[in-house]
Design a protein around this ligand. Sequence first.
Ligand code: ADP
Length: 640
Amino acid sequence: MHPPMGPPPGAALDKLKEPRPEKIKDIPKYLKKLLSKFFFRLLYIFRLVWETKPWILFAMTFLAVLSGILPVLQAYAGSYLLNALASSYTKSVSSGIPDTVGWSNIVFLLTLQFLCIFAISFTNNINSLITRISGELVANHVRTKIMGKSKELDIESFDKPDFYAKLENATREADHRPIQIINSVFTLISTVITVCSYFAVLSQVKPVWASVLVIILSIPGAVVSFIYRKKNFRYMRHRSKDRRMLSYFSNIVTDKDLAKEIRIFGLSDLFTERYKEVFARYFRGLKSLFIKEGAWNISLSLVSSAANCILFLIIGKQVFEGKIEIGNYSLYTGALTSVAAGIATFISTTATVYEGTLFIDNLITFMNEKKKIKPSLKEGRIPERHKGHRIEFINVSFSYPGTKRKVIDNICCVIEPGDTVVLVGLNGAGKTTLIKLLTRLYDPTEGKILLDGHDIKEYDTKRLYDIYGIIFQDFGKYAVSVKENITFGQADKKADDEEIMLAAEKSSAAQFISHLPKAYETPLMRFFEEDGIELSIGQWQKLSIARAFYSDSDILILDEPTASLDAIAEQEIYNRFDELRQDKTTVFVSHRLSSATVADKILVLEQGRLIEQGNHKELMEKQGRYYELFSTQAKRYMEI
Ligand code: ADP
């Protein structure tokens, strides 16, 4: 059975190291480093969007400039309109007749103001449309990139908890973050344009210090937002394990494969309780962050509102004293509010961009995960094909990454071309691990494995994988048609119906396939198709064996793929395999020793060590461990 999805709890956190300066003189260096990191990440995001579609960047630049200019134009149009209205009002009242000359001016300014309002709303709508479309496109691009990278990664990476942290962080954040950051960067550009234009307006406000004060007062709020963005990021990163636990527990309860066990053992409530406990812990910290930020924001906005009120009074008094026109009151107060809001937006958006770039680091770290399984030669060797291969294990030892225990301990043996080899041993003896080493899913920690006289590390990895046809214990069950499930044994070959049927015949799958509603075209599993068929585990196993027969490989490996078949069916399959394998080297792992009788060579493993090797007859005569295991099993069958 597949292991339950999701990362194991207790996974390590990915570390983003940004050591703080210890001395004051180190600060410039620290800031330089911080800035260069920031720009590096920003550039990475721009590149992601550019790779998706270059037009996104052009469209957003154009809209940012427009969004920067339009509010100022609107404010000017509004203030001129107010002045024109006030002046026409005075003229009409003093002369007793309507000011017809002023009216056309009023209509013009009103139209201009509404044109600006319309243009602003149009720009905003187009902007959000582009953001939504490009958001999907960029997310898709990033997801495809992550899928491409995952495909390239060594199996070893999947054993490391911090790999899951990186993967989780990268997939969770990286698909929506890039467009959010790009959007914020363009908001920054338009804000800068607006603020600069309003500065020109504000320079006319007297006294100058009053405007400066309001502007300065807008800064602390923004700084608070900056600080809390960083705190938020730190918290999220620190709590990465909690979030992975949350998704692990919720997935367990909703997982299809586990649904039976969860119900029978009544595990649902237990996992729901654990989910709630972790959530409570996770939420406690988050809530405290939200409340503290909220309290800061409320206090600071009180202070800046009071200052604004005083300044508005000062400007209002100037209108009252006839020093400035009523339109200018609206222009100046509007400019003040806009500049203060603009500065706040500028700083908080910078904070959002900064926070976003930190999250993007997860994606960058994930994408930079290094591949270790690659050819040791510059030009990887190409294995000869469609022939027997000689395999030699020379003092091979292995410990899984991050562990010290040798699960394979100093193994030496030779597999001659065309041999049938059976690996025998109790659970945990190291049989599957030996297969993983043979197929170069992992590299030995000591010793080497030769293929036709050369270290397997020297071969081109893809070409090396081509020579193996392998069915693992936890073989894949794919929600596609029966036919495709077989052709996945050699996905790069054009599907050939005759060969597919032949492979199914060989694996004894043909019989049940012929009874399926659409035979080879029957969709399997019920994830997507209403008429999808669920197979029994034994049927899946036969299908996976058909996959091995279909594959155009030189070395066939079956790692207990017959565990769910009865002893007779298993023996039948091994016999057929032996008969039909056409001189291919075959390696079986089986816990039923009856299958070992067909082998040219039996390798008996115990706690990672090769304790006996030979054929059935030799090992039985030796009366060692194999004899013991075989006799125990035979006795059990005799009793049945
Ligand atoms: P067998 O196939 O003989 O049952 P395995 O080769 O699967 O045994 O496992 C050998 C030992 O390696 C076991 O003790 C198992 O717990 C350990 N092991 C297997 N896979 C991993 C892994 N990915 N990380 C760490 N230890 C592992």
